[in-house]
Design a protein around this ligand. Structure first.
Ligand SMILES: N[C@@H](CCC(=O)N[C@@H](CS)C(=O)NCC(=O)O)C(=O)O
Length: 388
């Protein structure tokens, strides 16, 4: 992996070499075939209730895809794309503006999000910690009108204003890595940085899947990272664990019983101020259909991700792993005296369930509480602000 730390005069070269590594990894671990047949299923034709249920299910973003397949056969389509800048996107009044006086000059960002989506919470934790100003557009989970302009249909989407228009960034980990790369190299261009994170699409059991290359890598572009290779590897390891493991323990815990599912959706509605942003019919749909759908889906997720019979134990176990790793380092954070991107990612996704019983239990019965409260204080006071 030494190639990952070599310095390159421009981002393009860096991308090509990393991309090669990642494709190589996929070729090793997945069955490869030249068969590229198979269409992406469209939601058209679903009755409205199912559509609403499924859309709301996506709110927590942890495995709606389980409905589509459980098999493991994969065919690489090998389509590589980068997110093109757009000349125009519809002007939607922001739901709120987060303004930080020390925010990096010239960086105008809009976050399209669901308030309680763990991936969106992760991006907000990053922006708030570093005191980077941004506008928020709360997307309605049912019709998703405000992201109609985007070919990428999930949230978060972060859009940066650039000279030629707008540069969208998709996927929470890619967004964080791209912004971190931009902040390291202040003279760099967001569009050039985004090119370092191309998407590769492939077919898995009849549906098209997309992976974003290099999404846990920061592009230093010749700048000395001032960190050891081991520190950077450790940070990436835990960031991957957040997306690949930790996040999958959340839904089965949050929606463990119908009562807890309703409680969670009512909290989503309160904290996301759904009464302000969405018509009453849509809000009720989201709460009632969403709670039932997620309660049902979470049973499948529990099986898919091999969670323990008592799903709380899986959540505690995972959080204890992270807390123990920090304890062994003898520091306050995984990043040492200051949080790194792993700390911010763990904090972000856990903050998405703050209003739920599962969260209260987590703080009471696991070892994550002290770290979590310290992180909360650190993020809410924007202690990384001097970085910008
Ligand atoms: N890997 C993505 C996952 C994003 C995601 O799954 N978002 C959910 C909401 S929490 C979503 O928009 N789902 C819509 C859908 O799957 O159609 C990230 O890290 O941003």
């Amino acid at each position: 992996m030494s190639v990952l730390f070599r310095r390159f005069p421009n981002y393009g070269k860096f991308t090509t070499q990393l991309l090669f590594k990642d494709v190589e990894k996929q070729l090793i671990f997945k069955h490869v075939s030249t068969n590229t047949a198979g269409n992406v299923k469209s939601p058209r034709g679903f009755i409205k209730l199912s559509l609403v249920g499924l859309s709301v299910g996506a709110l927590v973003g942890t495995g709606f895809s389980i409905h589509k397949n459980n098999k493991t056969t994969t065919h690489i389509i090998n389509e590589e794309t980068t997110i093109p800048p757009l000349k125009e996107i519809p002007k939607i009044p922001p739901t709120r503006k987060m303004v930080y006086p020390g925010s990096p000059q010239g960086l105008k960002l809009t976050l399209y999000q669901y308030q309680t989506c763990p991936f969106c919470c992760k991006v907000r934790a990053y922006l708030d910690y570093y005191g980077i100003s941004y506008d928020v557009v709360e997307v309605d989970a049912v019709l998703r009108q405000s992201i109609k302009w985007s070919p990428y249909k999930k949230v978060p989407i972060l859009v940066a204003e650039i000279e030629e228009g707008y540069q969208p960034m998709n996927d929470s980990s890619m967004i964080i890595s791209a912004l971190q790369s931009y902040l390291q190299d202040k003279g760099g261009s967001i569009t050039e940085i985004v090119k370092c994170y191309p998407s590769i699409s492939y077919e898995e059991d009849g549906s098209k899947k997309v992976d974003i290359m290099n999404k846990y890598f920061i592009m230093y572009n010749g700048i000395n990272p001032n960190r050891t290779k081991e520190e950077m590897e450790e940070e990436r390891k835990w960031r991957k664990w957040v997306d690949g493991v930790l996040v999958h323990t959340l839904s089965p815990n949050v929606y463990r019983t119908p009562e807890q599912a309703f409680q969670a959706f009512n909290w989503f509605s309160d904290t996301g101020e759904w009464d302000k942003h969405f018509p009453a019919w849509e809000r009720y749909m989201m709460v009632y259909v969403g709670a039932v759908a997620m309660w049902l889906i979470s049973k499948r997720l529990k099986a898919k991700y091999n969670l323990k019979e008592d799903v709380r134990l899986s959540l505690y176990d995972e959080c204890n792993k992270f807390a123990k790793a920090i304890h062994l380092k003898g520091t306050s954070f995984m990043g040492g005296n200051e949080p790194n991107l792993a700390d911010l990612s763990v904090y972000g996704v856990l903050s998405s369930i703050e209003g739920c019983d599962a969260f209260r239990d987590l703080l009471e019965y696991s070892k994550i509480k002290n770290w979590y409260l310290l992180m909360k204080d650190t993020v809410q006071n924007h202690r990384g602000m001097s970085f910008g």
